[in-house]
Write a protein that binds this ligand. Structure first.
Ligand code: ZN
Length: 451
């Protein structure tokens, strides 16, 4: 068994952040090793004499008092970084490939001229309310502009973890909705007969405040650090060796928030708001695979979001990179095969996933509402989701939900009934029929021959 030591630890173990309390010794490494003839520092330790992390007070309300997130170890970052991990989530690996292949200079200075947000999102009280936002940096969209001078002075890289732009969406089903008369162009939200929609969109990379994430999951920070360290096969030794650093930039996908209507209205209680929280399903969202209802619900969410914006309120679609309930597409297709070959009935839907993955869901919706709090949202008039997990996470975080809106039956592909009926039986919201176990056995998917 190991436990995490801090600087004042009574165990005299020098540079090593983990100390041993069982009889089995653990491998001990030096903070510096020779690697292909070069000196390379494997990790830093709280007890290192030269560490001097830039102050980062997570819940401070003034950006200067809060301080920047510094995760890069380039320049003087090795001693001054105050976050574990790497910038840009999973794309950190492609950054490394660009450097390895000598296409990118590791000392490249980004030129952010004209890259600033086209809309000013004013600071909300939620940004500095302890525990309200723990998975994104509330100042991440302004980092180069707020902390640019500090970055120069301290000789560290400070990069944005959010960015904001405007876009026009051109989606075939939306054009159909306009043709059908279900959506009427207004020249502002729905621009024309082609169904083009105007929006403001926000990209968010994950930045975790470890004590806050642990609290959300109802575990200790030590438990969280150890599981992250061990389950990633030691990818981030500072999770153990730097308990003084409280922020972690994990290698996972982020969020895109699509806002319809004036973003300034989002925090206003007297303005109506329709929200779709959508978890990525590339097979359906992009390629229109008909085994699930994901794209249909996404389109329904976009239509309803646009309608609410046209009425003077807002629509919001938050798209989370959480493929296959955060179990990934490889697991997902294995489950599909097991379903198709084993008799694809709704009563077995979750069981098939559990057989392969061990869990049926790894999305941890309790981490999801942060983006809503960042936008200043305190109530949702129309929640365009049937998920009880999303509903409960949002309500438990202090945002009220007035109405829950289920996807109309006519939008569902026939083969997706297995999924949706199993979910309803497991607790998803419906105004319609909740199937019994016997009835779920009769809800069958497409017959696959020769699979
Ligand atoms: Zn899907």
């Amino acid at each position: 068994m190991t436990s995490i030591c801090n600087k004042s630890c009574e165990h005299q173990h020098g540079n090593i952040g983990i100390h041993e309390v069982s009889s089995t010794p653990i491998a001990v490494n030096s903070a510096f090793v020779d690697y292909f003839g070069e000196k390379m520092r494997l990790s830093t330790f709280t007890s290192d004499a030269d560490i001097n992390p830039l102050p980062l007070n997570w819940s401070a309300s003034a950006s200067t008092a809060r301080g920047p997130v510094v995760v890069s170890k380039y320049k003087d970052g090795m001693t001054k970084h105050n976050a574990i991990g790497a910038h840009a989530g999973p794309y950190s690996i492609y950054h490394a490939l660009s450097i390895a292949s000598k296409q990118l200079d590791s000392m490249h200075e980004p030129d952010y001229t004209n890259a600033h947000p086209p809309h000013n999102f004013p600071q909300q009280p939620q940004w500095s309310t302890p525990g309200k936002i723990v998975t994104m940096d509330p100042f991440g969209h302004m980092a180069p502009w707020i902390y640019g001078d500090l970055a120069k002075k301290e000789n560290v890289d400070i990069k944005p973890t959010m960015s904001i732009t405007k876009a026009i969406l051109s989606i075939p089903e939306i054009k159909e909705e306009v043709k059908r008369g279900n959506l009427v162009p207004d020249g502002k939200i729905v621009l024309n007969d082609e169904g083009e929609m105007a929006c403001t969109k926000i990209a968010v990379d994950p930045v975790w405040h470890l004590p806050g994430v642990a609290e959300r999951l109802n575990i200790t920070e030590d438990e969280l650090r150890k599981a992250l360290f061990q389950d990633t096969n030691g990818m981030y030794p500072e999770l153990i060796s730097r308990p003084d650093i409280k922020v972690f930039c994990p290698p996972i996908g982020g969020i895109t928030a699509y806002i319809f209507g004036d973003p300034d209205n989002l925090p206003k209680e007297d303005k109506r708001l329709a929200v779709r929280v959508h978890d990525e399903c590339s097979g359906s969202d992009v390629f229109l695979s008909d085994i699930c209802s994901c794209r249909c619900y996404l389109i329904f969410g976009l239509v309803e979001a646009a309608k609410e914006a046209q009425k003077g309120g807002n629509g919001l679609v938050c798209y989370f990179r959480k493929e296959g309930r955060c179990l990934g597409e490889v697991t997902k297709y294995l489950v599909y095969n097991a379903r198709k070959r084993g008799g694809d009935t709704a009563d077995e839907y979750f069981h098939r996933t559990e057989c392969i993955a061990g869990v049926k869901d790894a999305r941890f919706q309790e981490l999801m509402p942060d983006i809503l709090h960042w936008l200043g949202i305190t109530k949702i008039d129309r929640m365009l989701s049937m998920s009880n997990m999303k509903h409960d996470a949002i309500v438990d975080s202090g945002i009220t939900i007035d109405e829950r809106v289920e996807i109309p039956d006519y939008l569902l592909p026939a083969d997706s009934r297995v999924e949706i009926d199993a979910k309803i039986a497991a607790g998803y919201f419906t105004n319609g029929h909740v199937y019994t176990t016997d009835e779920l056995k009769k809800v069958e998917g497409r017959k696959w021959e020769g699979l």
